[in-house]
Design a protein around this ligand. Sequence first.
Ligand code: NDP
Length: 285
Amino acid sequence: MSAVKMDGKALSAKVRGSILAETEKLKAQGITPGLAVIIVGNDPASEIYVRNKEKACVECGFYSEKYALPEETTEEQLLGLIAQLNESPQISGILCQMPVPKHISEQAVIDAIDPRKDVDAFHPVNVGKIMVGNFDFVPCTPAGVMELLEEYKIDPKGKECVVIGRSNIVGKPMSMLLLHKHGTVTICHSRTKDLAEVCRRADILVAAVGKAGFVTPDMVKEGAVVIDVGINRNAEGKVCGDVDAAVLDKASFMTPVPGGAGPMTITMLMKNTLKAAKVQRGISE
Ligand code: NDP
């Protein structure tokens, strides 16, 4: 039996449609959500991500500003721009595309963004809020995975959830979101012993490793839900995930790459920006 492919592209279009509808209502009250996107240097992958974020802003009816800064921008200059955007009434959310050039501290950039405008949810205040379970913004990739699970009526409650990867942007927040939904969560990483055995316990297995074809069928329980967060390039230069295609025959549900978790990420950024615009004006729903 082949797994149901969880269609992130279709869900993404649906969610963007509902964001646009909400934006139209807000605009009627004189409020336009605004996103500022900053990119420093000329990383080609980052440029594609930024372009896609600008396109998504148009689709959702948002106002947007893009700041493409040269590689030699100093940390002081970048923090100065962020300070200005923190004060700008047109801007609800601020995003600085990572990675930034090595002479700039990533953490200093994250710390400089007003937590109320931190739509990536990387600021320590928002990380702490996720930990305690009282948050406005959810990191975009894990948030997208949770929406996909909900769409396909997969409830983590009481299930064995195994997350491979413990990064601050994917693995850790992913684990917390599954825990908040009452999953029994195990976080694996490069020092985990008997990884395959731990993974075989999973009812829901999330791979966020960054290695093409890393998860093989012997690591997957029959009927498990397999979420592939990885975005890699194989030997032929084709985009692929962390999960071997043969896992499709063992899983009950699986996210394809491309077209699964990936498209949801930017959509969740839009959702956070809409939320920011509302929260900043005291609108709760
Ligand atoms: P990181 O490199 O920051 O983290 C990778 C994690 O995988 C680490 O925790 C690492 O363990 C773990 N790992 C590496 N090798 C092994 C191994 N042999 N066994 C077990 N664990 C291992 O990556 P990210 O979290 O940033 O990204 C993960 C993947 O997701 C990438 O492919 C990235 O491109 C993709 N991604 C996709 C997004 C999307 O929009 N869908 C957004 C963000 C990322 P340790 O901590 O011990 O080193």
